[in-house]
Design a protein around this ligand. Structure first.
Ligand code: SF4
Length: 452
């Protein structure tokens, strides 16, 4: 049976491939330019960021305790959730305390809430979560899932967005991006006015000061976190930074890597609920989500917890560009997803996804925190085969045996020209889209022997 990514790739519409490929290519080029403008030595900045995150991982427990204490000093209520189920229940209890009869909840973009499938859970319990990030809003209208960490509708074009807005009665059909944005804005404003609860993710939380940092470009995060009377922030436990000066580096690296901006349009530093101010939330709740991260921290994949969710590895990945995020059948896709999915859910269930890589190394080259993704993909492949979760499509053990035995190797080389002309099931995957390579010239050994 073909792996799900390959099956998906065969059935994907050419239009979708074109949308993803062109948007990704544009982001790859603009990222290089932005980094070169923002940093004298971008690679040194990336290495420094990796060191800061390594420090965080080495001291995670202490930093989290410090963060909790500082947040509480600031008036933020902190909760610990060992898994998605607990995080959802905590959120529901807060919602019921505020809004017992159910109602609208405005949501800022948050991958961690996607990870724990928060929206369907809230809907089952009588609430109406409304995504307020433009891309996420379209995803919600289409009953889809995001296909990119930063650009959730990278697989769609403006015509498809126009169709969705027309169908939902947002206004007369138009493909003008400004008009489409205005239609969504008008609709979302009414939700901001009525919602009593706002939900967001957290890009960084600073242990030293207990401040939650959110970045965005649309202003919807600000409205989601300040217009309602209650703000619930979800955060993966690895999203911590030791102190505020670290932000200068990370905000710039994230902006350049994600959207080719030196800094995103808005940076929010949330220090707690309103005090003397006339507006802002009366309550701020922070839910710290583990959901397998402590296990990853103790594993050989711990460096994946350095990830700041910029999506640069997705943009540059030749496999992701051809198949789009939905091919990975997981909330995180592309190279980051190919590591995170099996690391979070186990190789038995998600090990197959590590095959969705050409191992070209581009993901590691662009990663702002230098995560060695290709090495991890190889480790996951190895672990998956050993666990019996993934079958090797090529009998490599036979190849290894032949390649380490002198006479078998020489005999194999002699037979190779003949074998390459014979049909074989192993060649099918190769020859469907490309020609089988043929050896040209003489064997190296005879050439070498002549020159000795
Ligand atoms: S792995 Fe690196 S490049 Fe990919 S999303 Fe995370 S930080 Fe960005």
């Amino acid at each position: 049976m073909r792996p799900p990514v390959e099956k998906f790739a065969r059935e994907i519409a050419p239009e979708k491939v074109a949308n993803v490929s062109s948007a990704s290519a544009t982001r790859v080029i603009s990222r290089i330019k932005a980094l070169a403008e923002a940093f004298e030595d971008p690679d040194a900045a990336r290495r420094h960021a990796a060191e800061v995150k390594n420090y965080v991982l080495d001291n995670l427990k202490d930093l989290l305790i410090q963060l909790e204490a500082k947040c509480q000093e600031n008036g933020i209520r902190v909760y610990w959730a060992k898994d998605g189920e607990r995080a959802r229940q905590i959120a529901l209890e807060i919602c019921r305390a505020t809004y017992p009869e159910g109602g609208t909840i405005v949501k800022a973009k948050s991958m961690v809430t996607e990870e724990i499938h928060l929206n369907p859970f809230l809907e089952e319990n009588g609430y109406r979560p409304v995504e307020t990030d433009l891309g996420e809003y379209v995803v919600q209208l289409e009953h889809e899932t995001p296909s990119h960490i930063v650009a959730p509708i990278v697989h769609m074009n403006r015509g498809q967005v126009a169709n969705a807005f027309e169908r939902e009665g947002l206004g007369p059909r138009t493909e003008d991006p400004v008009e489409l944005t205005m239609q969504a804005r008008a609709k979302l404003r009414s939700h901001f006015r009525e919602a009593q609860i706002g939900i967001s993710g957290v890009n960084f939380a600073v242990a030293e000061t207990g401040r939650l940092v959110l970045v965005e470009n649309e202003g919807n995060n600000r409205l989601s976190t300040t217009a309602p009377v209650v703000h619930i922030a979800f955060m993966g436990i690895e999203k911590i930074l030791p102190c505020e000066p670290d932000l200068a580096l990370f905000l710039r690296l994230l902006g350049c890597s994600a959207t080719a901006q030196h800094m995103t349009g808005y940076v929010h530093l949330i220090s707690g609920p309103r005090k003397e101010e006339r507006d802002g939330p009366r309550e701020v709740h922070l839910i710290l989500l583990d959901n397998g991260r402590s296990r990853i921290l103790r594993s050989q994949y711990r460096e994946i917890l350095r990830c700041i969710r910029c999506g640069a590895c997705q943009n540059v990945c030749p496999v992701y560009r051809q198949v789009s995020g939905h091919a990975y059948h997981y909330v995180y896709s592309g190279p980051i997803g190919a590591v995170l999915a099996p690391a979070l859910d186990g190789v038995e269930k998600m090990g197959w996804v590590a095959k969705a890589s050409s191992l070209c190394g581009a993901c590691e080259e662009v990663c702002p925190v230098c995560i060695p993704i290709p090495r991890m993909l190889l480790q996951i492949r190895d672990e998956s085969v050993r666990a019996g979760a993934v079958k090797d499509s090529v009998p490599w053990h036979l190849f290894a045996k032949a390649a380490t035995s002198g006479w078998q190797w020489r005999a194999g080389l002699k037979l190779l020209p003949m074998a390459s002309k014979m049909p074989h099931p192993l060649k099918q995957g190769w020859t469907e889209y490309r020609a089988m390579p043929h050896r040209v010239g003489r064997p190296f050994r005879s050439w070498w022997n002549e020159r000795r």
